[in-house]
Design a binder for this molecule. Structure first.
Ligand code: PLP
Length: 256
């Protein structure tokens, strides 16, 4: 019987289905991997913004993780929205136990502007998860917040590498200009830019889609360059076919 590689997701539930766990499941399934889901928080939101976050208690998350790990083998871990800094110890446990590559999407605010991480959580992400990440995928605003002393986005990328991330992909979808530019930073290599024609957005759930697709590609055995290239191409196609499901931002079409 075929056994697809499994991507363990830590992510929030967005009732619109545009971002969060549903985005992750769809993007991972579309790559041919299997998503196992640990929900970090329920949210109150629409396609315009997030109005509330209700974290799942860390001991409950830990019980879910331990039960799962007794049963399955994890090939990659994707981390999205966290409900509280106390959940990070559970994630560290998952990383220690599985030794799988980690894709960290440091969700600090919603596209609509709502803050999704306080200072304690921001610092914990930077100090405890960035150093364990195979890839960190901030958008421009998140990269600036994670590296507040950096003058340019390239300085932000260098700062996150210095913090211990193996690779950094700063996405440019929310930055002005056409094309939209994503930049890959790796130790000892010059920044590599990926240019994508600007699509008529704005979008809801683009970052979750990209990070999950990268995690799935790594789980399927792609090297990092191939994973980043394929996941971006997949996300660009999903955004090209985006649909408007409400009054706010459009949602990527992640399934064929
Ligand atoms: N809600 C959840 C659960 C998320 O994980 C995210 C982003 O990762 C958002 C909302 C915000 O998504 P966006 O900025 O694409 O609107």
């Amino acid at each position: 019987m075929p056994q697809p590689p499994l991507v363990l997701i830590f992510s929030g539930l967005d009732p619109t289905g545009g971002a969060g766990i549903q985005a992750d499941i769809e993007a991972i399934a579309a790559q041919g991997a299997h998503a196992a889901t640990l929900v970090t928080a329920l949210t109150v939101q629409d396609t315009q913004d997030v109005m509330g976050v209700e974290p799942v208690a860390a001991p409950f998350l830990r019980a879910q993780l331990e039960t799962l790990l007794r049963d399955v083998r994890v090939a990659a871990i994707k981390i999205g929205l966290l409900g509280a800094a106390s959940q990070i110890a559970v994630i560290e446990r998952a990383i220690d136990e599985s030794d799988a590559p980690v894709v960290l999407d440091p969700v600090l605010h919603a596209g609509g502007g709502a803050e999704l991480a306080d200072e304690t959580l921001r610092r914990a992400l930077l100090e405890r998860l960035v150093p364990r990440a195979r890839v960190v995928t901030p958008n421009g605003a998140e990269a600036r917040r994670l590296a507040p002393h950096a003058k340019t986005l390239d300085d932000c990328g260098a700062t996150l590498l210095a913090r211990g991330a193996a690779h950094v992909l700063i996405t440019g979808g929310d930055e002005p200009g056409d094309p939209s530019v994503n930049t890959w930073y790796a130790p000892g290599a010059p920044p590599r830019r990926f240019e994508w024609p600007r699509l008529p957005g704005p979008f809801h759930g683009a970052g979750c889609t990209l990070a999950s697709a990268i995690a799935a590609r790594l789980a399927l055995g792609d090297d990092i360059a191939t994973a980043l290239a394929r996941a971006q191409a997949y996300t660009h196609e999903a955004l090209k076919r985006a649909r408007r499901i409400g009054r706010g931002r459009a949602v990527p079409s992640r399934l064929p």
